[in-house]
Design a protein around this ligand. Structure first.
Ligand code: IPE
Ligand code: IPE
Ligand code: MG
Length: 224
């Protein structure tokens, strides 16, 4: 049975779910938060150490302002209302991506990270304004600046995921089979699961099924 340390998820399909069910993309984003809560619960139960959630890509700024603002207001409320509970559950929150939001949101993110920084049960990496290509370019720039040898170990030091083991599983919901600039380096050997369901429809059972399937996959890492 494969050990499972790290699950990464591209939480896609909120907009379509919202339009279909509530005639509003934003209602889909709100519904998606319930799935986040469910997935955190199962991850704790399964003793998964790292859960990386793609919440906002560097490309998502191209969306209408109303939707972008709504997404960040949801995040703000989530942190204000839930961070104490996450902290109590021994969950550490880490933001991956570039924190260049409003002063208020930046402060809230920093405060939430600081508050939970010593927690050990589960680390949630929230990918916000995250893009894998810019992450890699930034890492190469750092190597050059410090005149360090270009190798895998040195490069990984300058990634946002420094000190985090690579994902074992990558899940993308929403019936689309692409990576959308997510963790391109880190998922070199991840087992990838593309899910037809939209994110707000995805549930504990679906997640458990993937975990079970993963456990029995023969992972080769190039060997036989
Ligand atoms: C959520 O899904 C992902 C975010 C960028 C927050 P989408 O908003 O991309 O939903 P669809 O793909 O348009 O249905
Ligand atoms: C990927 O979903 C980003 C997040 C889930 C945050 P998108 O909906 O932005 O991806 P594309 O644009 O369809 O590839
Ligand atoms: Mg989408």
């Amino acid at each position: 049975m494969n050990p499972l340390n790290h699950v990464a998820i591209i939480m896609d399909g909120n907009g379509r779910w919202g339009l279909k069910n509530k005639n509003s993309r934003n209602a889909g984003h709100k519904a998606g938060l319930n799935t986040v809560e469910k997935i955190i619960k199962v991850s704790l139960k399964k003793k998964i150490k790292y859960l990386t959630l793609y919440a906002f890509s560097t490309e998502n700024w191209k969306r209408p302002k109303k939707e972008v603002n709504y997404l960040f207001s949801l995040l703000e409320n989530f942190l204000i209302n839930r961070i104490d509970e996450l902290h109590k559950q021994n969950i550490k929150l880490k933001i991956i991506g570039v924190k260049n939001f409003s002063v208020k949101l930046n402060n809230l993110l920093n405060k939430s990270e600081k508050k939970t920084s010593k927690n050990r049960k589960l680390q949630i990496n929230l990918a916000l304004n995250y893009g894998s290509k810019s992450e890699l370019i930034n890492a190469f720039k750092n190597l050059k600046k410090k005149n360090e040898k270009i190798n895998e170990k040195n490069l990984a030091k300058y990634l946002q995921t420094k000190n985090i083991p690579d994902p074992d599983i990558l899940i993308r919901t929403g019936n689309t089979q692409r990576l959308s600039n997510f963790l391109l380096w880190q998922i070199a050997y991840a087992e990838i699961f593309f899910e037809k369901k939209l994110w707000p429809e995805f549930n504990e059972k679906d997640y458990n099924k993937i975990i079970k399937k993963f456990k029995n996959i023969k992972r080769n890492f190039g060997k036989i």
